[in-house]
Design a protein around this ligand. Structure first.
Ligand code: P6P
Length: 335
């Protein structure tokens, strides 16, 4: 394998130089997070705090540590005008004349930390509107198609950066030298799949059409889909998306009736949109079941969204199953 470093790869593909600088800065933060995670109990970073974040979730120690690392490191880059984090109530201003805004989930899937299962940092990069303040929430409310780059670093058996700057999706593995090295180029998701991921314990809360879709999967070869399916659920979106990018599949977190006023559980700006850019750039589809996620116009920073993403033909089937519920509450909240 020719060892192509992240920076070399991006320059070789004529990536905007200032965008490369912001990606490099993000990787400084992610490498620090990876070191802290690797130390785990030895560094005293496991367990929870007494704090609850804006999402109403109890913060893990590593949620706070990762968020602080991301904020502190991004502040050092004059190209970053501001940032919006899952762990921050409001956007945080950085450098007045910065060209970019960054949204991020500093540690997605953190309920897995104490059981030593994969977690990840998700990020999305937008151009800052002319004259905006980095702490002005309205500046961030751009739909997913405005992203200039998106990606995640999965902290698994190996630490892997998955990145798109709008010209395909590439994997870079973190070497012991501290370099991210190209390991998968121009990743493509198989159009068909036999693997789905959803939290089945919520089945009774889903819309009838989602219940019908999953019930048909479970009927396997004897049912209308005429093939047997496998199921996975890791409770870490980054790990699920990585599996989908690596071997196909669909990942779903649909609207459910427990909180009818909410579009879904996952967050649009720093989970739905960055993951949707990666999925679409790899030939897949990413939908709310009623609209492409990247076409949803954000109204607030922590807006939630229903998610059905992955292998194109399987997501098209999900959309088809929902064709007759276009006038439902879920549809109104998710387009
Ligand atoms: P549940 C993690 O908290 C997360 O935001 C995603 O990473 C993950 O896919 C989902 O929530 C898991 O949710 O309800 O199964 O715990």
């Amino acid at each position: 394998m020719n060892l192509l470093l992240l920076n070399q790869f991006l320059k070789h593909h004529d990536t905007d130089g200032e965008l490369i600088e912001v990606i490099d800065t993000l990787m400084i933060a992610c490498k620090e997070i990876a070191v802290q995670l690797r130390e785990g109990a030895l560094a005293g970073v496991l367990g929870t705090t007494d704090n609850t974040n804006v999402q109403g979730e109890t913060q893990k120690k590593m949620d706070v540590i990762s968020n602080d690392v991301m904020k502190n490191v991004l502040h050092t880059n004059p190209l970053v005008r501001g940032m919006a984090s899952e762990e921050e109530d409001d956007p945080v201003a950085a450098n007045e004349n910065g060209r970019f805004l960054v949204t991020f989930d500093p540690l997605d899937g953190s309920s897995n930390i104490d059981i030593n299962v994969s977690v990840g940092t998700i990020f999305s990069i937008l151009e800052a509107p002319e004259g905006c303040d980095g702490n002005d929430a309205d500046a961030y409310l751009q739909n997913g198609r405005k992203q200039v780059a998106a990606g995640y670093v999965l902290y698994g058996p190996s630490a892997v950066l998955v990145l798109s700057t709008g010209a395909g999706v590439n994997f870079f593995t973190l070497a012991h030298t501290g370099d991210f090295i190209l390991t998968n180029e121009n990743v493509q998701i198989p159009a068909q799949t036999r693997e789905f991921a959803i939290n089945m314990s919520n089945q009774r809360h889903w819309e009838p059409n989602m219940q019908r879709y999953v019930a048909d999967l479970l009927q396997g070869a004897d049912g209308p889909r005429k093939k047997n399916y496998n199921m996975r659920w890791i409770a870490s979106m980054v790990a699920e998306v990585h599996r989908v990018l690596t071997r196909g599949g669909v990942f779903m977190y649909p609207w459910d009736k427990r909180e009818t006023g909410k579009p879904g559980k996952l967050r649009l700006m720093y989970e739905g949109n960055p993951m949707s850019m990666l999925i679409e750039q790899a030939g897949g589809l990413s939908s709310t079941a009623y609209a492409d996620i990247m076409d949803v116009q954000p109204k607030e920073i922590h807006q939630r969204v229903a998610v059905a993403l992955g292998s194109r033909e399987e997501v098209e089937a999900i959309i088809e199953y929902h064709a007759d519920s276009q006038d439902s509450d879920a549809a109104a909240l998710n387009r």
